[in-house]
Design a protein around this ligand. Structure first.
Ligand SMILES: [Zn+2]
Length: 284
């Protein structure tokens, strides 16, 4: 499993959300539990110009210069410095996936609430849209699918699609249709996922947000059972794994008692570990 990871993409621990720092713990967890199957790949950070293809230029400049609040609501320079690397991870992973017709992983979070000129909900730059636009500009893709299985509505992605009048991105975001276990029960979630996947089939690249926060025990999700989450990943990989595909981490907010931060987010690590294990099983 190729994992596009650099330590520079790891932001500081934030009180509200572990997502900026999560990649490090996730990658360490995979190396410990999956061993040699995990291959770390380096990459270049996204440039300001690449980021500004998805966002308003002044907004990008303000965020990178720490004069505009980031998605955590602060102007922490360490967050700003990590941002070109989170988008860069997704972009490099997607370029690799397209060029090698592969399924790969970008251990990133914090993209889908970032709109054309605003940051919120722990998201600052929309690495999904930065990636889609960069590869479209490079002539590497015609149509891109964003299959967003984070628990929450990818409003930022929709905002950028609207602001730029984009008609070549297929965007499905489960947070628009599901918000608790009841809405996702009796096959409703599985029907939604199947229909969404069918529309992704005609794309040249799939960006799959394999969020951990839809889990039934997640304080910000409470939507899908462990079995449904597992089946979600299996269905996506089975039906879309023949296409260039990048999956990432997106949200996950369960915490338990523990001595270290990694121990405290073990339920989230366990969910991402399942996705990674399945990847290794199906794609090597
Ligand atoms: Zn979320």
């Amino acid at each position: 499993m190729k994992v596009f990871y650099r330590k520079e993409q790891v932001g500081p621990v934030q009180r509200a959300s572990p997502s900026a720092h999560k990649s490090r713990w996730v990658v360490e967890d995979w190396q410990k539990n999956l061993g040699a199957a995990v291959e770390i790949c380096s990459f270049e950070p996204a440039t300001e110009k690449q980021i500004a293809r998805a966002h308003q230029a002044d907004f990008v400049q303000g965020i990178l210069g720490c004069t505009v609040a980031n998605g955590f609501g602060n102007r922490d320079q360490a967050v700003a410095q990590s941002l070109p690397y989170t988008s860069g991870s997704m972009l490099a992973a997607a370029a690799y996936a397209v060029l090698h017709k592969a399924v790969v992983c970008s251990p990133t979070s914090g993209f889908h609430h970032a709109g054309f000129s605003n940051a919120w909900g722990y998201c600052t730059f929309n690495g999904l849209m930065v990636t889609a636009l960069a590869l479209k500009d490079a002539g590497l893709v015609n149509r891109v699918a964003i299959l967003d299985c984070d628990a929450h509505y990818g409003d930022g992605t929709d905002s950028i699609i609207r602001a730029q009048g984009i008609d070549w991105i297929v965007h499905h975001t489960q947070g628009q249709d599901f918000w608790d276990a009841e809405t996702a029960a009796n096959g409703a979630y599985e029907r939604w996922l199947s229909a969404a996947i069918s529309e992704c089939l005609h794309c040249d690249l799939v960006l799959y947000q394999a969020g951990a926060d839809p889990h039934i025990d997640d304080p910000l999700g409470r939507t899908l059972t462990t079995a449904q989450m597992r089946e979600r990943d299996r269905t996506v990989f089975q039906r879309l794994g023949h296409l260039p595909l990048v999956w990432n981490l997106a949200g996950g907010y369960q915490v338990v008692e523990g001595d270290t931060e990694a121990e405290r987010i073990e339920p989230v690590l366990a969910l991402h570990r399942e996705t990674a294990r399945l990847h290794c099983e199906m794609f090597g």
